[in-house]
Structure formats: C-alpha cells, structure tokens
Design a protein around this ligand. Structure first.
Ligand code: FAD
Ligand code: NAD
Length: 405
C-alpha cells in the first residue's frame, strides 16, 4: 500500500517541532516525511536581536537541520518554496516540485512595513541570519568610516530603532551593551553616538505590564536611549527618517542606521498561493487546518489563532509556534492512522520574558512579575528550553546559554 506523504514547509520553531515529533510518533512504514527549508540550518529567531547588535555571533544562533532530524525517517530538501498549488496538492520549489497528502505550512513571518515609503529600500530588519549579519556589519562600517572622514558627520553614528515592541526593546538592550564596545574598537567618542527609539503608540511595549514597562524604559534611558513616544515613522530615506506626532508636519531625523522592528506579517507565499489571509496570516480551525482544506495545516507566524478571552488574535510567538507544532504532529499521526477525531489547539501561556541586554530583563512568568538578574536568568532558561524541546540535551550542550550566573 502507498504510504501517505507528509510535507513540512519551513524548519523554524513550528516546522521543526512538527518534524521531530512526527518522527517520534510514526514508524518508517507508516508515512514518508519531507522537510523543506530555504537553508540547511535552523536559526533561533528569538536570538536574532543579539546577532544583529553583534553581541552574539550569528553562528551561535543557528544549527544544522540534519543534526536534529532522523534521516532514516525524514527526507530533507534544501530549497525555497515559491508557491503552493493547494488544489493540485503540490508545492512549487525553486529547485523543482513536491507532491503531498498532508501539508504543514510553517514558513514564519516577514516584516510589515505598512507601505511606508523607503523602508524596504533603506531600513534594516531583524528577520533572519542574513539580515542580522548585514545590520551588524553596517553599524561596524559606519563606525569604521567615521574616523576616515575629514569632515566628520556625527549623524553617521545615529542609530534609529522603529518600534518599541518586544523586538525593538530587546535589540535596544543589546545595542546599549554593544555601543561601548564599538566605540572602544573604532576609537570613537561615545558622546557622539545617539540611539533613538521611535514608537507610534502612546507607550513602549503597548499592552504589557506598566510597572515593567517603566522599569525597561528607565534602564534603557540610563544607558543612553532616547525615546520618541506617540511618534510615527512616516518615511525612510538614505539619510534617515521623517517622523510625526499625530497630524503634525513630519520632521527629519538624520541617521546612519535605521532599524525597522515595528511588526510582522505572514509569509508572502501564503497570499501568492491564494489562501484567504489577513496581513498574510490564515485564520486556522481549532485543529490547525485551513478551512476548506482538510489536508493543509498552518502554524506559527503565518497562522492566526483567536484568544477567545479577549476575542483578538494571539501575538505571533515562538511559544505558540512550538505548541502548535506538537498538536499538529499528533493530528497528522491520527489522520495517517485513519482517526478523524482531531485535537483542538489550546494555547498554554507560560509567560513572557523580554531581555534588556546581557544581564537584565523584565517578565511575567506563571503570573509573577520579575526584573533584573532573575528575569535575565529566566530568559536564558527559556532559550535553552526551546533547544531542548527540539534537539534534546545534546543540542543544549552544543548551543545553549550557560553564562547564567
Ligand atoms: P520561524 O521560526 O521564523 O521559521 C520560519 C522558517 O521558514 C525559517 O527557517 C525560514 O528560513 C523558512 N522559510 C521562510 N520562507 C521560506 C521559503 N519561501 N522557502 C523555504 N523556507 C522558508 N517569540 C517568543 O515566544 N519568545 C521570544 O522571546 C521571542 N523573541 C523574539 C526576538 C526577536 C528578535 C524576534 C524577531 C522574534 C521573537 N519572537 C519571540 C517571535 C518568534 O521568533 C516567532 O514568532 C517565531 O519565530 C515564529 O515561528 P515560525 O515557526 O512561524 O517561523
Ligand atoms: P510588534 O507588532 O509587537 O511591535 C511593533 C511596534 O511598532 C508596536 O509597538 C507599534 O506601535 C510600533 N509601530 C508600528 N508602526 C510604527 C511606525 N510607523 N512608527 C513607529 N512605531 C510603529 O512587533 P515585534 O516587536 O516585532 O514583535 C513581533 C512578535 O514577536 C510579537 O508577537 C512579539 O510578542 C514577539 N516577540 C516576543 C519577544 C519576547 O517574548 N521576548 C521578543 C520579540 C518579539
């Protein structure tokens, strides 16, 4: 009898979790499992603010996919997904195509630029290993160039961060640690460096605990960050940005580096493939399948799950993507065994910890507020836990964060 073919697109948190769980649940004779990913490595998206600032080398945030998959059960294809032909049950890849009986789409998200002029061209993103490496090297280039100039342009040393959501704040935490190192390395007076964070909402980290937000702002301000709150980026140019408060006339801030950390949308493959989506995210059924397509599951940043308590979507996080991966694997194993009664996904929120640099953080864990060294310790525990969930103790030993005391 022909074995069903399960194809998983994307080896991020959702896709890799589905893969490693499926390889446990299913025997070699029960199904063919194929994993497709653009790179031959997985990267910890949740550590990219460190690679981007240059406080952690990008090789530390990634590992070889083949190290965590069981190659006797999973076929790995390194290729880029171009389009999903859902009515024909096949996926078009840059290097060919692959057919499926069950499909898992876990291609993650992309930066949301809301059509703001110049952002795609001139701003840097914290999206993947390539974008992080580029941002780190660009900042180093700006520092290195500064001292070569006869007429010094101090705005070369201004770094603007757009968005004070978790990504923007975590990046600022790393940046404030990295800037003194850069100044030392490139013989630059630290007083010449400006770090400006522009946030459109009336507060930093909108929706998060106000007491913890106050702590984060005062810690980052103490380390030199200037916050422009209730101020939106309106345009990005090669020289910097234009910002405006409410209906005010936009004003220019000249900057050598602009980082856009102001939101994510689903992967563009989703819309290109004709799925009904909101900002590239598909509202999935409780069993994580796409309405009308019983053979297609969508997880992670490209999926949309409603928090029934407040009737609003859950923010896209690695925590959700991994939990979805576990449920998705159990549901596909059930379908392979001809069971039609599938499990419903229920998000088990274990809390949120936001790093403020090497040894500081804020968080709410199991309902308890934490700050400082204990929160920073917890953040590293969370980081190590995600390695453990996918690759076990071996991966934690190889890639884990142990500078926790
Ligand atoms: P990803 O983990 O992003 O994986 C997507 C995969 O698909 C990647 O391997 C990518 O290379 C691959 N891919 C993409 N397009 C294609 C294509 N066309 N063809 C083939 N392969 C493709 N969440 C938390 O819960 N806790 C945190 O502390 C946290 N910190 C964060 C810090 C930063 C700096 C950022 C940017 C995000 C953070 N998040 C955090 C959010 C979290 O990282 C995402 O929600 C999570 O990565 C989503 O998982 P995913 O599986 O959907 O996608
Ligand atoms: P976000 O959408 O959470 O925050 C983006 C911020 O940018 C918002 O505060 C928004 O008001 C602001 N913004 C939007 N347009 C703007 C403009 N024109 N000018 C200035 N500011 C503007 O995005 P994010 O921070 O990238 O987070 C993405 C997801 O990843 C979220 O779900 C988040 O929870 C998750 N994440 C979690 C952690 C963590 O748990 N430690 C860390 C990073 C990201």
């Amino acid at each position: 009898m022909r074995k069903p073919k399960i194809v998983i697109l994307g080896a991020g948190y959702g896709g890799l979790m589905t893969t490693v769980r499926l390889q446990k649940h299913l025997g070699v004779n029960e199904a063919d499992i194929v994993l497709v990913n653009k790179n031959d490595y997985h990267y910890e998206t949740t550590w990219l603010h460190e690679a981007s600032a240059g406080t952690l080398h990008h090789d530390k945030v990634r590992y070889d996919i083949r190290d965590v998959i069981d190659r006797s059960k999973v076929d790995f294809i390194q290729s880029t997904v171009v389009e999903i032909k859902k009515d024909e049950k096949r996926v078009i890849l840059e290097s060919g195509e692959v057919e499926y009986d069950y499909l898992v789409i876990a291609l993650g998200g992309e930066p949301e630029t809301f059509g703001i002029k110049g952002l795609k061209e001139y701003a840097f993103g914290i999206t993947n290993v390539n974008s992080s490496r580029l941002l780190r090297e660009h900042m180093e280039y700006q520092f290195a160039t500064y001292n070569m100039e006869e007429e010094k342009d101090d705005t070369r040393l201004t770094i603007v961060v757009g968005g004070a959501g978790f990504t923007g704040i975590e990046f600022l935490g790393e940046l404030t640690n990295r800037v003194p190192e850069l100044c030392h390395e490139y013989d630059v007076d630290q007083h010449k460096v400006k770090i400006i964070c522009v946030e459109a909402a009336p507060t930093v980290l909108p929706g998060f605990d106000p007491e913890l937000v106050k702590y984060a702002v005062s810690q980052l301000e103490r380390k030199g960050v200037e916050f422009l709150i209730g101020t939106a980026i309106k345009e990005c140019t090669p020289e910097g940005i234009f910002v405006a408060k409410g209906e005010d006339e936009p004003r220019e801030i000249k900057a050598g580096t602009v980082v856009w950390a102001a939101g994510v949308r689903g992967n563009s493959v989703i819309e290109k493939s004709g799925f009904e989506a909101m900002r590239g995210r598909v509202k999935v059924q409780p069993d994580l399948r796409v309405p009308g397509f019983n053979d297609v599951f969508i997880l992670g940043d490209s999926s949309l799950v409603i928090n029934e308590e407040i009737n609003r979507p859950y923010p896209p996080t690695a925590q959700i993507a991994m939990q979805q991966g576990e449920v998705c694997a159990r549901n596909i194993a059930a379908l392979v065994r001809n069971k039609q009664d599938l499990e419903e996904f229920k998000f088990d929120n274990k809390g949120t910890v936001c790093s403020l640099g090497e040894d500081d953080a804020i968080g709410v864990v199991f309902g308890k507020k934490i700050t400082g060294a204990s929160a920073s310790f917890m953040k590293k525990v969370v980081d190590n836990r995600s390695l453990y969930m996918i690759g076990g103790a071996g991966l934690v030993l190889k890639k884990g964060k142990f500078n926790i005391f």
